[in-house]
Design a protein. Structure first.
Ligand code: NAD
Ligand code: DAU
Length: 350
């Protein structure tokens, strides 16, 4: 297998850290450069176990800074990019949309421009892998699934910014011949997820016996995927030699929010020896998220049929592993929830 210099953006975040660890550990002939601004969501603690590996370099920097990105490409001559850096939380995009445009759209275009200038050969080693979301497709009713050909219909500032970045990636492929792949994934869960997102927020609040906020009627539906299976899907697609293709990634694993919350409460009560159903009493129905998408469900048949990827873990196994990880890493939780998180939490759930 050829040597490659791969830029991973957002590698200190939730999904990015699992992708970086997988590539650094599995491919000793690759050098992985992890570019991350270390926003509130980026955390080098996520990568402590691999930070001293010879084939890994961390670079602190901002994808919104075009000159910095251009210079970085001149200095390191990256062969490929796996682009995960983004503002990723829907509720924050409702509070402050502008940073989502700057990071998710302009940041992506800065990277695309740098690749366009830097990649001159067509030896097949260059690839811009854009990590996107199923939210670009909008919302489903009770029936049906998102397929790769589903029209884009984003509903939140976050999903609109991700949809726009997907369009730019395809436009650079179409106009300048930039080799790309895009994958659109459903909701991830697992270790190291920042506790603004539903699953770690429920775990954290249940542990601390704080109210567990449920938006609207709690019957909104998401399709949940174990984060390490997403990283493996990215690995599979990255190495597939497919270019200018799109793949949907999902778990065929739909849950209504209220059911998942009750499941988590039950596991926590059991694990820490609380009375049966005591955490459920913390469930508090609150005002709905504006523009809340009712249901997401991904059809990931294409990636299974063409590339042989499918999830490795059942949800029951994955959620138990996730809860155990948070129970064993209470200091991690404390560290990430001090400071900025408290201000955000008050503003969001006042
Ligand atoms: P995250 O918020 O946990 O991590 C994002 C990372 O990007 C952080 O490390 C942050 O410091 C970094 N970052 C933010 N702005 C930056 C900037 N201007 N310059 C450099 N780095 C910057 O996000 P995540 O949940 O790991 O999501 C990663 C990617 O996957 C995103 O593109 C997201 O849209 C996509 N995605 C997420 C999910 C999910 O369920 N979490 C599902 C599908 C797709
Ligand atoms: O589908 C993929 C997307 O999944 C990713 O692109 C996003 O980056 C990721 O944040 C996630 O978006 P969601 O909006 O689906 O995830 P979140 O964890 O914020 O919410 C999941 C569901 O739980 C959603 O229906 C809203 C609800 N919810 C969320 C929070 C934070 C609550 O009821 N209460 C809450 O406090």
């Amino acid at each position: 297998m050829m040597n490659r210099r791969i830029l991973v953006t957002g590698g200190a975040g939730f999904i990015g850290s699992h992708v970086v660890r997988l590539f650094v550990s599995k491919y000793s002939n690759y050098h992985i450069y992890n570019l991350d601004k270390l926003t509130y969501a980026g955390n080098l603690e996520n990568l402590k176990d691999i930070e001293n590996k010879d084939n890994y370099t961390f670079i602190k920097g901002d994808i919104r800074d075009a000159k910095f990105i251009e210079d970085l490409f001149s200095e390191y001559q990256f062969d490929a990019v796996i682009h995960l850096a983004a503002e990723s939380h829907v509720d924050r995009s409702i509070l402050d949309p502008l940073i989502f445009l700057e990071t998710n759209i302009m940041g992506t275009v800065n990277l695309l421009n740098a690749c366009k200038v830097s990649w001159k050969d067509d030896s097949g080693r260059n690839l811009f892998y854009h990590v996107s979301t199923d939210e670009v497709y909008g919302t489903l009713g009770d029936e049906g699934f998102f397929v790769e050909a589903t029209s884009y219909d984003p509903q939140s500032p976050y999903s609109a910014s991700k949809a726009s970045s997907d369009h730019f990636v395809r436009a650079y492929g179409n106009t300048y011949g930039l080799p790309y792949v895009i994958s659109n994934c459903s909701n991830n869960y697992g270790p190291n997820q920042f506790p603004e997102k539903l699953i770690p927020l429920v775990i954290q609040n249940a542990l601390n016996q704080k109210p567990i906020p449920v938006y609207g009627d709690g019957k909104y539906t998401r399709d949940w995927l174990w984060v390490k299976d997403h990283a493996l899907a990215i690995d599979t697609i990255f190495h597939s030699k497919k270019v200018n293709e799109t793949y949907n990634i999902g778990g065929f694993n739909e849950w209504q929010n209220i059911d998942i919350i009750k499941l988590i409460c039950g596991i926590i009560d059991k694990q820490i020896g609380r009375d049966d159903k005591s955490s459920e009493k913390l469930i508090t129905f609150i005002k709905d998220r504006p523009g809340h998408d009712r249901r997401y469900a991904i059809d990931s048949t294409k990636v299974k049929r063409e590339l042989g990827w499918s999830p490795s873990l059942t949800f029951e196994e994955g959620i138990e592993k996730t809860i155990n990880w948070y129970l064993g890493n209470t200091q991690w939780l404390k560290n990430v929830t001090s400071g900025e998180y408290q201000k955000y939490y008050e503003r969001q759930y006042q």
